[in-house]
Design a protein. Structure first.
Length: 467
């Protein structure tokens, strides 16, 4: 048998075992059967028995074949706005990369801040932050736009693992970019693929998370994290090279080679600004986040900045659309069938009497650090997000603050390991940082980040009325 066949057999056995296991009193039989299918699907994703899209589509198919869900229920996720929002965001991200606007932004920041290595760190951080609202894939944003620039800078300064000069500048830049990108991802609803899934799941517990709600809640603690990270890493993981005037020269040369902004770049930039305005203020004029994204996409298609044929070839966008809709349908089914509510009430009854804030912190830390066992943020969110926030809310935690806090954690925990989020294998694979350094700094920065989000974020959320 092939490795894939063995993995699929393991998933099938796990699903069948749960299906026929006695279910606790108070749980409907169809809810228990859906849990079995959902668990087997998540396992398929975790052990990579099938690609994520194929795994989730297979899970949906089994729910229909076994009559656990009707066809309409199983595929209801694709009627939701969230999968369409993330699909369109991928298309817009393609426009940033295709037109060169993303690279231009990066080189512009480097030309302004790049005289010193610390300034380079802040320049790359600013680039990631600027691109985050419209590029929902960390892999595309960090791996596709920023990473090539980082390696070009490192090479230009003679920093290379092959030459045993990683610490000259390359290791610092790689570490800085990685630790910053998970924070940028946590600050916008459209900055990471799982964030809209978080918002959709949160609606099951009565928490409405809009683009503006997410951005307002994260702007103060997230900005503080971003301002501190390049400096903290500079002091604790210092590069050998501190002055980098050549970086400014290199950036200016690249900008000169690119020439003035092209017509497509200008159209892309103007469209980007309008979309951001609609995401922030659209609710007040009756335009949803997904509708604003659709308007933006239509504008780019009408102006020929994007062409439909090339959008059909963006495999990652369509794959994300497939698994998004599938996970929304199955996770929503578990809630509709009452399993999530039962789980929350059961756990709450076992630890009743505990102050909600203490319970919230314990659950949040468990949710955060269990990511050491996940190679996918999406699988982590799909498996644990809704049950965890349901328990916390049943113990008295405020729904919006709880849903948003766990959503933010669903980004920040990606910094722990070299496999915890999309760009991690790319950046670690460059060879500038050892495994011990990667995990050590991941844990250290997680403590700093969590402290800022809990303390500063808690105060900020009290001021704006989230708590």
């Amino acid at each position: 048998m092939s490795k894939q066949s063995i993995k699929l057999l393991i998933c099938c056995i796990a699903g069948v075992a749960i299906w026929f296991a006695p279910h606790p009193e108070g749980i409907r039989e169809d809810a228990w059967h859906l849990l079995a299918i959902f668990s087997a699907t998540i396992l398929m994703i975790l052990i990579q028995a099938l690609p994520m899209g194929a795994a989730t589509l297979s899970g949906l198919t089994i729910t229909v074949v076994t009559k656990t869900m009707t066809f309409g229920e199983a595929f209801s996720g694709y009627k939701a706005a969230v999968p369409w929002l993330i699909l369109i965001a991928f298309f817009i991200a393609h426009g940033f990369i295709k037109t060169g606007l993303g690279a231009r932004v990066a080189y512009k920041f480097i030309s302004i801040l790049g005289k010193k290595t610390l300034g380079l760190g802040y320049g790359l951080m600013c680039t990631d932050f600027m691109l985050a609202p419209v590029i929902p894939s960390l892999t595309a944003r960090t791996g596709g736009v920023i990473y090539p620039i980082v390696t070009s800078l490192a090479t230009a300064f003679g920093s290379s693992p092959a030459k045993n000069t990683s610490r000259k500048i390359g290791a610092y830049l790689i570490m800085c970019v990685f630790q910053c990108t998970v924070i940028s991802a946590s600050m916008f609803l459209t900055a990471m693929a799982a964030n809209p899934l978080v918002a959709d799941l949160a609606s099951n517990v009565g928490a409405e998370i809009t683009w503006g709600t997410w951005a307002l809640g994260t702007i103060v603690p997230g900005t503080l994290c971003l301002l501190l990270i390049p400096y903290i890493i500079f002091k604790t993981f210092p590069p050998e090279l501190k002055e980098t005037p050549e970086a400014v020269t290199m950036a200016n040369q690249k900008l000169k080679e690119m020439g003035p902004m092209s017509r497509d770049e200008k159209v892309m930039f103007c469209g980007f600004i309008v979309i951001l305005i609609l995401w922030v203020a659209g609710k007040s004029i009756g335009i949803s986040t997904a509708t604003a994204a659709l308007l933006g996409l239509t504008f780019f298609l009408f102006t020929s900045v994007l062409k439909w044929k090339e959008l059909l070839g963006i495999a990652g966008a369509w794959d994300t659309f497939i698994w998004f809709g599938a996970l929304i349908a199955m996770a929503g089914g578990l809630n509709t069938f009452g399993l999530t509510t039962w789980f929350g009430e059961f756990i709450a009854s076992k630890i009743g009497g505990v102050n909600w804030y203490v319970a919230f912190l314990v659950l949040l830390l468990i949710y955060f650090y269990v990511h050491y066992f996940f190679a996918s943020s999406v699988a982590h969110v799909g498996a644990l997000y809704l049950p965890m926030i349901t328990v916390a809310i049943n113990l008295g935690a405020p729904p919006l603050a709880t849903a948003l806090a766990f959503g933010i954690a669903s980004n920040v925990y990606g910094n722990l390991t070299h496999y915890g989020c999309g760009p991690a294998p790319i950046l670690y694979g460059a060879g500038y940082i050892t495994l011990k350094q990667w995990w050590g700094y991941g844990f250290m920065m997680s403590i700093i980040n969590l402290s800022i989000w809990i303390v500063v974020g808690g105060v900020w959320w009290s001021i704006i009325g989230y708590i």
